[in-house]
Design a protein around this ligand. Structure first.
Ligand SMILES: C=C(O[C@H]1C=CC=C(C(=O)O)[C@@H]1O)C(=O)O
Length: 485
């Protein structure tokens, strides 16, 4: 694992010294009254460009003021947009296991943002506090098998955003009548200085690089092909049109997996995907590299993806082109894809929106290619991002169609807990801009154990052995990131 060490830069330009911060926080504490018993002061600070992953590596090894080494965190990266965000520690959180989880989380997000007093040293459009969210695939989840609540939502203590030219630190400070402002100002100004100065020392990073030279144990859940064969009979009998069946692969290693190494590999191998990690603060981390965007909402422009239908990459340019053409012309793959488009379009219409469908494309990832149709629309009313997420999840790309019946079938055939696999993971900012992906190409890592997840869409014309081959191909992504391929 690489270790980040603080290196004092020649000039530091830190806006908040302890005294100034103390005055500022005291002024805000004075506004508390019976109606407003607590506030969250959100202060942001521009720093030289720092990689949020380096900060995560640093915080994983070093204990700093006001933070423990086992904090809840959320890491998010989209290299295409040169964007990376880390949310570390918890200022406010909401963890639920109820069927009304989306609506309750929406209320939590609204209340939390209402409590925020934003203090800006500068006026960048990115400098908004984010609330990070993970929703499990099903609203009821066996937490012994998947140790996260079915709605896991939090405002972090610290947020680090990588921007094009610099980085931004945001500290969300909860203040109530009992808060010791002097102590908080001291801790925060010290942390700002320390974190702004973190840089990866390449020598240390190479020295500390762990190599996995152990013999892991692999175990894949059996019976996938017979489940596909049985599902195909139900499709023939017209019980449903499409079913997405997943499988799990368990890996046991003799030493702990390094989340940082895994994220570094994911960013290297899958530059076109969203890289993510959600950690529950108890050594359980859900990581992955997903190509599937559920919603991207910016200034009321909504973008979503229909992504379904797959084939491998070719070994030569010509073979790759041939495979892509075959994918585009395959009636089986087109059927699998079309169901997803129709579902998304209908759900957006139900929200009162007018969806526009982009032309069909092929999305090429390093190990696989997919049929891909971006769908976009303009929001006219004030629709909350979580209302859209609740309407779209699960799409037929991860459940099948009709979704009500197929979710029951998934419970019947799959003997493991899906957890965050194929589920909405993302963030909402103070301005209600938001981005959620679908948690595919993912794994749950707990110490020396990793469970990898992958699924495939079954429609008329599917063949059990080909679907199993597709699942194995999809497992390769995380296997490679964990250095097993
Ligand atoms: C359900 C998964 O992928 C979905 C997204 C793209 C292509 C898919 C397919 O071709 O089956 C799936 O619908 C997964 O990777 O676990």
């Amino acid at each position: 694992m690489s270790v980040a060490t603080p290196i004092i830069p020649e000039t530091t330009n830190i806006g908040y010294d302890q005294h100034r911060l103390e005055q500022l926080l005291l002024t805000h504490k004075a506004t508390l009254n019976r109606k407003k018993q607590s506030i969250i002061v959100s202060l942001s600070q521009i720093t030289p460009k720092i990689d949020p992953l380096s900060i995560l590596a640093f915080l994983n090894c070093e204990k700093i003021n006001n933070f423990s080494k086992d904090e809840i965190y959320f890491y998010w990266e989209n290299q295409g947009k040169t964007e990376a965000i880390l949310g570390y520690g918890v200022t406010e959180s909401c963890q639920l296991n109820t069927s009304d989880r989306f609506i309750k989380s929406q209320n939590f997000v609204k209340n939390c943002f209402e409590k925020i007093v934003k203090i800006n040293e500068h006026h960048s459009s990115n400098s908004f506090p984010h609330i990070f969210c993970g929703f499990t695939f099903f609203s009821e989840t066996n937490q012994l098998e998947f140790p996260f609540s079915s709605a896991f939502t939090f405002l972090p203590k610290l947020q680090v955003i990588k921007q094009k030219r610099n980085s931004l630190l945001i500290f969300n400070l909860l203040i109530d009548s009992k808060t010791d402002i002097k102590k908080l100002a001291y801790q925060t100004s010290t942390n700002i200085k320390l974190i702004s100065q973190i840089k990866i020392d390449p020598k240390i990073s190479n020295l500390e690089k762990k190599s996995i030279e152990t013999t892991p144990k692999f175990q894949m859940i059996q019976g996938f092909e017979s489940s596909v064969a049985s599902a195909l009979k139900s499709i023939e009998a017209k019980h449903f049109q499409k079913l997405v069946l997943a499988n799990a692969l368990d890996l046991t290693n003799s030493q702990e997996f390094s989340i940082i190494e895994c994220l570094k590999n994911l960013r290297k191998y899958y530059p076109d995907c969203y890289i993510f990690a959600i950690n529950n603060g108890k050594n359980n981390c859900f990581v992955g590299a997903s190509p599937e965007r559920l919603i991207n909402l910016k200034n009321r422009q909504l973008l979503t993806d229909a992504l379904a239908g797959s084939t491998s990459r070719g070994k030569t340019k010509l073979e790759d082109y041939y495979l892509a053409q075959k994918l585009l012309k395959s009636s089986k793959e087109r059927r699998e894809h079309q169901v997803v488009i129709e579902f998304i379009v209908q759900r957006l219409i139900n929200l009162g929106l007018i969806p526009q469908i982009s032309p069909l494309k092929v999305l090429k990832l390093s190990n696989i290619q997919h049929l891909w149709t971006p769908i976009y629309t303009q929001l006219n009313a004030n629709i909350h991002p979580l209302e859209i997420v609740a309407k779209l999840h699960p799409t037929p790309a991860v459940s099948g169609f009709p979704t009500g019946i197929t979710c029951q079938e998934i419970k019947h055939y799959e003997t493991f807990e899906r957890g965050f696999y194929a589920a909405p993971l993302g963030w909402i900012d103070y301005n209600n801009n938001s981005e959620f992906i679908v948690g595919i190409r993912s794994a749950l890592i707990s110490g020396n154990h990793a469970r990898l997840y992958a699924g495939a869409g079954i429609v008329e014309g599917s063949q059990p052995e080909q679907e199993l081959a597709e699942i194995k191909l999809k497992f390769q992504g995380l296997l490679k990131a964990l250095s097993y391929s």
